[in-house]
Write a new protein. Structure first.
Length: 60
């Protein structure tokens, strides 16, 4: 399992490289989670999910 910091770095790198159509889902337990741009894509194009906002310490 990747750490939150690594997940955010991957999301930022993909977005800056111009890959705006890739959805990354990360398995956490029995659920899949999407972060940053992937969460926006899932909300916008898959289903009107309930989005939760969290602030992570140590991640800029």
């Amino acid at each position: 399992m990747s750490s939150i910091k690594e997940i955010i770095e991957v999301e930022s790198r993909e977005l800056s490289d111009g890959h705006r159509d890739i959805l990354h889902l990360h398995r956490e337990g029995s659920f899949y989670h999407a972060y940053e741009w992937s969460a926006f894509l899932a909300y916008r194009y898959l289903h009107d999910f309930k989005a939760n906002k969290r602030v992570f310490k140590g991640v800029k």
